[in-house]
Design a protein around this ligand. Sequence first.
Ligand SMILES: [Zn+2]
Length: 331
Amino acid sequence: MNLKKILFAKGVFHPGGNKISVLGKQVQYIYPFETVKKNGLLMISANWLFSKFRTVLHPFTISSSKAEDLYCKICGSKSPLKEVAYKRNFYECSKCKFIFTNDFEIAASQKGMGMEGSWSGQGGGGYREYYLATFLQKELGLKEILLFGTGNTDTFRKLKNEGYDVRGCDITPELIKIRKEEFGDDSFFSPVTFPKNSKFDIIVCVEVFEHFFDLKSSFDLLVSVLSDKGVICGTTNFYPGGSIVDSNKPGYMSHKGHVAYWSSISLGNLAKKFGLELLSFEMVRPGSVLPDEKFGQLWPNKRVFFIYKNIYGNFFHNLYKTTPILPIDKP
Ligand SMILES: [Zn+2]
């Protein structure tokens, strides 16, 4: 089967049945998740997808179009429809306040958004990743770095050139291939082809968490590759209250690939489920486009988060006391 063709194929869920078609190929599935019936969602594991269609990709879902109550992907509580915004249904957990959509698209799950420039060339952004990786390395003496969902920013190459122990991960097959060819087979991989027994001290997820649809698989994976002294960090927009629609054009949650709208409460609840703690910070210039005179005003709800083990509680709380706004001034 042609991998490129399938990347943009839409699956069809046959209601009431147990078959799915992708590109006209119909195969039987088994329900891999308990939530399927409750949510009216069909969730398919990447392993299953690979076994049937020979494609190694993130799990995808075909959603019901009905605006019925869903169940929270963090705590399982009932999550009523909160708002219809950007022609999408947004649900909010009544308990942990996690906000999510149910219209995840297969195409959006297979190509990251850090796609300025060609896959073989340099992408935009990357400074936040660089700042976080080098900051944690310096402050906590941590070494092995994973750039998770790094796209084609230049950060991977920059850190390599500066002698850091860094590996990369992304969902885009073309990018993985290009990086492997240049830096070796062990340097860059997809979320479902992690080398066995990988462990990382610093896992950087800049503008990644808003893409997580299958939360359990994504966080299980991150925590499984986090070393005993490891820290997960990154950036995403935190829901500031009020309407989902924001003043930017296009709005943050209008992007089809953005399916999770976090807050310090909901992300903290998720961290707690894994025995981890969360602290979030602002940054001096949260905008995402340079040069842009609006740069300092864009995305006032952009946050830098650290998800860490109890041993770092003092470090991060002290940091928050002295530097609640981190000196990150580039995207
Ligand atoms: Zn919840």
